[in-house]
Design a protein around this ligand. Structure first.
Ligand SMILES: O=c1ccn([C@@H]2O[C@H](COP(=O)(O)O)[C@@H](O)[C@H]2O)c(=O)[nH]1
Length: 237
């Protein structure tokens, strides 16, 4: 079933795109009870931040390990096996069939959900053409979503712009995890396919991933609270 019983607060995933453990821990302390779900990506993981995943889980938070694995199947499988011991809820791989199959098989009985990154939210049709793809964003996202579902992947990372269309294709079961979230007036930065929190939820997103609009806010806790309030309003909670 779709994750209908998720508290509004836990639909916000704050990306801890920060330089080291000390800074990340300080941000987690600052956000306090306002945030229940954190993402650890390249910057923090490569700066020794993966142990924070265990600590956060131990403290009752949920964790998304966003390493976007993509390699030969054997290497992806071994990576998933290692990462599955962290206690994270989500782990990303790129949406290539070999990669997704290896990850789903290697996950085994571990509770970590495998998410497939469809098309990065910083890409538009022109970026895909520059990279040699013959599909535009909408068609490539759809094709990858269908493959992911057939392989048994648990969820998709997509832009909220594709959420409504994907929901109609994959049904209620798969988690739709959407970066590219920008509260009204926030700078897009390098993101090209963006939506506000309220519109993303209305479009069918299960979770919203937010980095800079929270981390760079003068008051990150207030920024997180405002996003959760928008999520609650959009869901009629
Ligand atoms: O397609 C994707 C996949 C992952 N991300 C990650 O989400 C956050 C977004 O951060 P912002 O500062 O809110 O832009 C970041 O960690 C990305 O690595 C994505 O943006 N798009």
């Amino acid at each position: 079933m779709a994750p209908v019983d998720i508290p509004d607060r836990d639909r916000l995933i704050v990306a801890l795109d920060l330089p080291d453990l000390r800074v990340a821990e300080a941000m987690v302390d600052r956000l306090g009870d306002s945030v229940g779900f954190y993402k650890i990506g390249y910057q923090l993981a490569y700066a020794g931040g993966l142990p924070l995943a265990r600590a956060l889980v131990g403290a009752g938070k949920k964790v998304f390990v966003d390493l976007k694995l993509h390699d030969i199947g054997n290497t992806v499988a071994r990576g998933v096996e290692s990462l599955s011991h962290l206690g994270a809820s989500f782990l990303t791989v790129h949406a290539y069939p070999q990669t997704m199959k290896a990850a789903v098989e290697a996950r085994g009985s571990s509770k970590v959900k495998i998410l497939a990154v469809t098309v990065l939210t910083s890409y538009d049709d022109r970026d895909l053409a520059d990279a040699g793809y013959r599909f535009g964003v909408r068609d490539l996202v759809e094709a990858r979503a269908r493959q992911a579902q057939a392989i048994g992947v648990d969820g998709l990372v997509c832009s909220p712009e594709e959420a409504a269309h994907l929901r109609s294709i994959v049904g209620p079961e798969m988690d739709l995890v959407t970066p590219g979230i920008r509260p009204a007036g926030a700078a897009a930065g390098d993101q090209k396919r963006i939506m506000t929190p309220a519109k993303a939820i209305a479009a069918g997103a299960s979770y919203l991933v937010v980095g800079r609009p929270v981390l760079d806010a003068p008051d990150p806790k207030a920024a997180a609270d405002a996003i959760v309030a928008e999520i609650a309003a959009a869901r009629g909670s």
